[in-house]
Design a protein around this ligand. Structure first.
Ligand code: AHM
Ligand code: MG
Length: 323
């Protein structure tokens, strides 16, 4: 079986990019170890701080963020990093060729209840000019420009799912030897599905188009969609996307009117874009409901975006409701 470093070495990507991905995995292995220790290491629970998005930071959010930030900033190929847990982007090497954004621990409300969480990352080429990585504007590129994207799902086994633009590979962490090993390649999401994932408790805040689609799903065989739907909600986007990669499905965190200044809950640059690249590389689709997520031009590192992604034909139906 091939190790991650062997797969990357044969992928035809620049050596610097390879090293960045390997460094992200050094941090993720440490995060995996710490998650495994949990209560034993006294690192469950919340800190006294909030991030810029007004969310209370968990101890493990902060620890995971520091692990990723420290190793990436020390990598000479990294011009800068942006993180869910950092108010502003951080400069690395001014001449670095790449920018990395990440959500160090996605789904962190799951930590204290011992359920799945994940790390999401996105890599962009850095503009080669005098600007530095603490200037947010260097990051503000559409998701189409990503050169690599991935996530690590910390679950019953720990998996790295990633793409460098040549399809999607899944690696399983062999904890005995501390290496990610290739266990599946050429992942293809089934084009059709009858399983949706959405936080139904927000229903009254959705736009009419989204309300109508879910109403029609709930009508089952007798409704206009003509099939009986099943529902799942893990409250961890990484786990949700992973289920969809393996057996199909549609995941939605749509725009809602709770806070009109926010376009949704999920963040474009380190949640929406990397997940969209993976899903599209696996033959699925991703949309805001009105346009492809990866065509959205970011205005800030923490921009939010409505997310509809998964099985291609089902995403097309949701988009049709919005027309
Ligand atoms: P986080 O990055 O603060 O963990 O928030 C993102 C998570 C997603 O993983 C998940 O899909 C969603 O928030 C769950 O939201 P809700 O609390 O509405 O169930
Ligand atoms: Mg998070």
């Amino acid at each position: 079986m091939k190790r991650l470093d062997q797969v990357l070495a044969n992928d035809g990507i620049p050596a610097e990019l390879e090293l960045i991905i390997n460094h992200i995995m050094v941090a993720c292995k440490d995060i995996s170890y710490k998650l495994g220790q949990g209560e034993l290491a006294g690192i469950l629970g919340a800190t006294e701080d909030e991030n810029i998005q007004g969310e209370t930071q968990k101890m493990l959010d902060v620890i995971s963020n520091d692990l990723l930030k420290d190793i990436l900033i020390a990598n000479p190929a990294v011009k800068g990093v942006g993180s869910e847990e950092e108010d502003y982007t951080i400069a690395g090497n001014k001449d670095g060729k790449y920018l990395v954004t990440f959500d160090p621990l996605d789904g962190s409300s799951n930590i204290d209840v011992n359920l799945s969480v994940g790390t999401i990352f996105s890599i962009l080429e850095a503009p080669q000019d005098d600007r530095t990585g603490d200037q947010q504007e260097v990051f503000l590129q559409e998701g189409r420009k990503q050169v690599a994207a991935g996530y690590v799902l910390y679950g019953p086994s720990d998996l790295l799912v990633m793409t460098t633009g040549n399809g999607v590979n899944i690696f399983t962490l062999d904890k005995n030897v501390g290496e990610f090993v290739l266990t599946k390649s050429g992942i293809q999401i089934p084009e059709d599905t009858a399983e949706f994932a959405i936080n139904m408790s927000n229903q009254r805040f959705w736009e009419p188009e989204m309300k109508q689609y879910i109403d029609d799903c709930l009508k089952g065989e007798e409704g206009p969609l003509g099939k009986r739907y099943n529902m799942r909600w893990v409250a961890s986007m990484v786990a949700e996307v992973h289920r969809i990669l393996i057996r199909g499905g549609i995941f939605m965190y749509p725009y809602d009117s709770r806070d009109p200044s926010k376009a949704g809950k999920l963040r474009l640059m380190y949640e929406g874009n990397p997940m969209s690249m993976i899903v599209e590389q696996a033959g699925g689709a991703s949309s805001t409901g009105r346009m492809d997520i990866m065509d959205v031009k970011p205005e800030g590192i923490h921009d939010r975006v409505p997310v509809v992604l998964g099985s291609k034909n089902e995403v097309a139906k949701v988009v049709a409701y919005h027309k």
